[in-house]
Design a protein around this ligand. Structure first.
Ligand code: GUN
Length: 368
């Protein structure tokens, strides 16, 4: 599998990431002029499920909450790269005072445009570069991936589970690894196969990857891509899979084992409230189960009661801090100990994951 230089660079840069920007001064210490114009850029179509759909649910929640105080709009199918810069510039030139860029690969474009519009608030999902007028926000999707792994570990008959990977950045590697760690907590011998599509939303490639995984022996599939194609493929081929980002049960009612669902609305509402109040300042936010930003929902009826109970325990342990997903010993699939016995991973470690854990087959594209 080849990946282009841009993606390889992203992987390396992301590994060097640090959480920055917290405690920055307030951008505008005065209430915003009304109505506040707010724009969202989505990497895929809004459609009726998936990552961009779920962000748009958050946008709609903002519109509902603030009524005529805000005017929200969105542009969908914005490719990562130079097109994104043009779209963000247009949004700012059209008078938008808050711009949400909702995909990792918008990072360099948003940094550039934020520099040119110092009185506009920019918000970048899943990135790691901040500035006085640029925040980052993210969801601990790996917590959903771990819970999916627990279910997959129980439900797989072949002992081989599969992941359709999007873009090989730490966020996605962390999800593949967390899925595997969850499955190994039930079946230590389970193996994870990965097929990359090098895209976030690409139903034909996602379908192809899911088919290849099933033909390779995987009977439970997981995805870090944006469309319901993986679940649909599992449904057609008589296997099991998960919904991702939104509740996708309807796309594969027989295949679906549950959906890991994000809720972006509380963050969007909090951010807009701060801008309206004149208290917004640059932050780096990473919310998870604890803040109700990610959940495992619609768990299939045939998942045994003890596994459903385990998911409940994990959720309550993540909420009150008594359960940690990334606890040593953790070893890479090349045999290197990366987390010593008893050690727990901090956010810097989690943001810098560039390896597969033991049990995942193959090599990370562009990795060492
Ligand atoms: N889909 C498109 N972009 C992204 C991203 O940056 N993160 C996640 N989790 N999903 C995406």
């Amino acid at each position: 599998m080849t990946i282009d230089l841009e993606k390889r660079t992203m992987l390396k840069l992301a590994a060097l990431s640090a959480i920055a920007g917290a405690g920055a001064p307030v951008l505008a210490a005065a209430p915003a002029k009304l109505p506040l114009k707010v724009a969202y850029a989505y990497v895929g179509p809004v459609g009726d499920g998936g990552y961009s759909y779920q962000h748009d649910q958050g946008r709609q929640a903002v519109q509902k909450k603030f009524g005529d105080k805000v005017v929200t709009s969105f542009v969908e199918n914005v490719p990562e790269g130079s097109d994104a810069e043009r779209v963000f510039r247009d949004m700012a030139n059209q008078g938008n005072k808050v711009i949400f860029a909702t995909s990792f690969g918008y990072m360099d474009a948003i940094v550039k445009v934020a520099r040119d519009f110092p009185d506009v608030v920019f918000e970048h999902a899943t990135g790691y570069k901040t500035a006085k007028n640029l925040s980052t926000y993210d969801c601990r999707t790996y917590e959903g991936a771990y819970m999916a792994g627990v279910i997959a570990g129980k439900m797989s008959k072949t002992g081989v589970i599969g992941v359709v990977g999007s873009v090989p950045i730490p966020e996605v590697l962390r999800n593949i690894d967390s899925f595997t760690l969850g499955a190994q907590s039930i079946n230590p011998a389970i193996k994870t196969k990965v097929v990359w599509v090098n895209d976030w939303h690409n139903p034909p490639k996602e379908t192809e990857a899911a088919t290849a995984l099933i033909n390779g022996g995987a009977d439970v599939l997981f995805q870090n891509t944006d469309s319901p194609a993986v679940l649909k493929t599992a449904e057609q081929m008589g296997k099991r899979a998960f919904g991702w980002d939104s509740d996708m049960t309807k796309y594969g009612p027989k295949a679906s084992l549950g959906s890991a669902v994000e809720d972006w609305a509380p963050y969007y509402i909090q951010t807009i409230q701060a801008v309206l109040d004149g208290t917004w300042h640059s932050t780096a936010t990473w919310w998870g189960v604890k803040e109700d930003a990610i959940d495992m929902v619609s768990i299939a009826a045939d998942v045994p009661a003890d596994t459903k109970d385990r998911i409940k325990q994990i959720k309550s342990g993540l909420k009150d801090g008594t359960f940690t997903i990334w606890k040593g010993p953790v070893t890479t699939n090349a045999g290197k100990l990366v987390l010593a016995k008893g050690a727990t991973a901090d956010d810097k470690f989690l943001r810098g994951i560039t390896f597969y854990v033991k049990g995942v087959e193959g090599k990370v594209p562009g990795g060492n």
